[in-house]
Design a protein around this ligand. Structure first.
Ligand SMILES: [Zn+2]
Length: 157
């Protein structure tokens, strides 16, 4: 993903992963749609802090208001951050090439992104281990993302 970002000026990575591995690998223009496990969010005042410790021996509390902190991720049934959704939709409407990589294509709203991109003139490519039956893709490439994506980048040069 970092190679793609370096090669494409208008590149945006929208991820549903909360593991923080994309930023760790060096992705910069990234929307973590479902949040990140490495951030804590105050349940009262909303203050966000980074927390890289693997163990939380005591319940963590906000430095500002002393309320309880929770992981800054979107749990099932919770709404996506509206700003993240807005930025994602803008990225989907940019045309060009839209890659859908390693997703079931079931969890909304991300499951709609390929359709939105296609409506706005993008060529949509799905890369997956199995056919997820995402309706609005122009091309399906079956295989591991770690193998298919580098091949795709090199075929482009
Ligand atoms: Zn607080």
């Amino acid at each position: 993903m970092v190679s793609l970002e370096n090669a494409c000026p208008s590149f945006t990575l929208i991820t549903q992963n909360v593991d923080g591995l994309h930023p760790l690998a060096g992705s910069r223009k990234i929307i973590e749609l479902h949040g990140s496990l490495w951030r804590m969010r105050c349940m009262r005042c909303g203050r966000i802090t980074e927390n890289r410790s693997l163990e939380l021996p005591r319940l963590p509390h906000c430095d500002l208001c002393r309320s309880l902190l929770r992981p800054d991720v979107v749990w099932f049934g919770e709404a996506i951050n509206p700003l993240h959704l807005k930025k994602s939709l803008e990225a989907c409407q940019g045309g060009g090439v839209f890659l859908v990589i390693g997703t079931s294509g079931i969890v909304q709203p991300a499951a709609s992104f390929a359709s939105i991109a296609k409506e706005h003139g993008a060529f949509t490519i799905e890369i997956n281990m199995v056919d997820s039956e995402i309706a609005d893709r122009d091309l399906l490439l079956i295989g591991r993302a770690s193998e298919v994506v580098p091949q795709l980048i090199h075929a482009n040069h």
